[in-house]
Design a protein around this ligand. Sequence first.
Ligand SMILES: Nc1ncnc2c1ncn2[C@@H]1O[C@H](COP(=O)(O)OP(=O)(O)OP(=O)(O)O)[C@@H](O)[C@H]1O
Ligand SMILES: [Mg+2]
Length: 280
Amino acid sequence: MDDKSNDVESDKVSEAPEAPEVPATLERIKHKIVVMSGKGGVGKSTVAANLALALGRKGYSVGLLDVDIHGPTIPEMLGVASETPIIENKKLVPVRVSENIKLISIAFMLPDKDSPVIWRGPMKSGVIRQFIGDVDWGELDYLVVDLPPGTGDESLSIAQMMPGSYALIVSTPQEIALLSVRKSINFAKMLKMQIVGIVENMSGFICPHCGEKTDLFKSGRVKSVAEEFKIPFLGSIPIDPEIVESGDRGTPFILRHRDSLSGKVFEEIVSTIEEFVAKG
Ligand SMILES: Nc1ncnc2c1ncn2[C@@H]1O[C@H](COP(=O)(O)OP(=O)(O)OP(=O)(O)O)[C@@H](O)[C@H]1O
Ligand SMILES: [Mg+2]
């Protein structure tokens, strides 16, 4: 294994408090998939939102949890930013995105969208702990969790509070993103999370006119890292202007462009995940 693995924020992991009690609200969830990356802006939230929708389209009952305290984006991406979760029996009831997809975002709890959240580590962990314990998800086949970038407090709290979660790592093909992928892999391993696989996002550009693929960065490098660590490679999603457009408009990409190349990649990702979780 690469020596750089020692760069992981191992001090944080070793200093972490004892794993807290698992909230009862998580007991009726079959599979938890935590979408993470060492680097920002690589497409975690895009992958998390579209993965949840692709799972939902297959008939699964799906929850989507956005715990990006400093930049929650999923409600905007899914066009439900103006909704508010209601409280029933002292628990938060998630917002319904569709019949079988529910969403809870830290964005719903913040008083003002335009004010930055300035919280230190222990406060963030406390908020996440309370937040997770207070959501009534009901029965779910899958819970997809969107994390902020890196291996900081939010990631650590989630990994500790959701034992048995699978990590799904997102990377772009640039060298700098690959360095942080190794950190994410080692972070997951240290926290004993099984890694369901790695997705290469923004992998080449499909010309909207001629349909030809151009590799803007060397492609295939994420796959090599997956092979090196013996982790499933889940697929490559190209740079697709429709993904930006859909995210900005709050109209989920996967629902509008099912037959596009990226739409098919999401379907393959779902199939690989189904096989992986079936093995237990
Ligand atoms: N395959 C793609 N093609 C084109 N644009 C994309 C693709 N994937 C993501 N994007 C766009 O890139 C931007 C960043 O994506 P996203 O917010 O999903 O990244 P992130 O990793 O969640 O970022 P952060 O680290 O800030 O949470 C968004 O505008 C999104 O629409
Ligand atoms: Mg994000």
